[in-house]
Design a protein around this ligand. Sequence first.
Ligand SMILES: Nc1ncnc2c1ncn2[C@@H]1O[C@H](COP(=O)(O)OP(=O)(O)OP(=O)(O)O)[C@@H](O)[C@H]1O
Ligand SMILES: [Mg+2]
Length: 437
Amino acid sequence: MAEIRIEGLTRYFGGVRAVDDVSLDIADGDFLVLLGPSGCGKTTLLRMIAGLLEPSGGRIMLGDRDITHLPARQRDLAMVFQSYALYPHLTVERNIGFPLRAARRPRAEIARQVRDVADQLELGELLGRRPRELSGGQRQRVALGRALVRDPAAFLMDEPLSNLDAKLRTATRTELTALHRTLRRTFVYVTHDQVEAMSMATRVVLLNGGRVEQAGTPTEVYDSPASVFVAGFLGAPPMNLLPARIENHGGTLTAVAEGLRIPLWPGASEPRDVIVGLRPENAFQLTAAGAGAPVGTASPAGAGARTSAAGPAPGIHGVVTTVENLGSEEVAWCDVGGQAVALRGPRPLGLTVGEHAHLTVNVSRVHLFDRASGRRLEWRPSAARDQVLSAAPTPADPTPVIPTPSPASTAPTEAASTTASKAASDTTARTATSATV
Ligand SMILES: Nc1ncnc2c1ncn2[C@@H]1O[C@H](COP(=O)(O)OP(=O)(O)OP(=O)(O)O)[C@@H](O)[C@H]1O
Ligand SMILES: [Mg+2]
């Protein structure tokens, strides 16, 4: 049983709170990825789980065993380090077999297990070599082999791919995913690389300043980011985050900023300052007027391009400043009222630098965040006119969700006990409308 439960885990280094009151349930067989920028506490958290660092507070449970203060070697967890930490003077065979020799297992058993693991990792031909005679990818596999041979309850990995070149990283990513599937063991994997997280994880935990910003499946954290931090961390380029104001325009909740007017949903709310989030792949060029057309005033011909008393045609109006060729796709950057907005799609996008772009968005793909707290806002239509936008629950402080029907669905929302990730994924359903601005 390799369920790992972390309760209020905290670690100070002098005045620095490297890990701050982190609670997580890591299910048996999970591939859990700890993701976040440099210095957010990933390694510190992993080393505490491994038993290499004493927590300042909190508890770590492995199954029903409290392992918080157990020495590393008694934890039945194997750690794979970024540096591989191989013994340079030992052959591959002896490096892999090291934990078994240290445990004084019979020679025949060691030889058999080393052979099994080497075959599994395609290292059979290299058993007689020393680490300096191996490529980076091979060394990485030897380090993995040394963990595998122990047959631990769970594997802990700290950026194990970061010393590999791009091509080898991609290949090893696929191998690790396959290995996880075969072994059906719990993996806790640290990275700051969102592609690794999105492609390998069954669950992603985003850390920021030692705290959990969001925990969820890759789909949940990408499609329903719980905060501006998560929204701005994931995606390439990351989500466009534009300060705007929510206003009521003729019975329609509308996000308004310079060069931006997005009618959202029928309803009303107290006007409030928000951040509008829009992924670059969810913005589409509607039509393009001639170069030099002033932002927010052009009204090009074409579907949806209409002006009204409320301002320019709905959508986002900007001037193209840069177009980046990514091979199969292009990213165009537009200046929208002084803010840079990225637009990503198949090449060619048909936009050239200096021209006016009129972008359209699918309302179901628009995210709203509270300007002050940075937390996700949910659309909850209610009889009370000022309660339609409420903060989404946070992992640390779950806000009760008031069950009310949405315009897109009459299904009630989750009850107050809803977990953050569930509630976040519900948001997608709740905010889904077919309207396109
Ligand atoms: N031994 C230490 N002494 C003092 N401060 C430390 C120590 N180890 C880590 N820290 C601090 O704790 C914070 C978290 O560090 P940690 O190594 O866990 O970050 P990380 O998320 O793994 O970053 P990276 O992606 O750069 O590896 C940082 O501010 C770091 O400077
Ligand atoms: Mg680290």
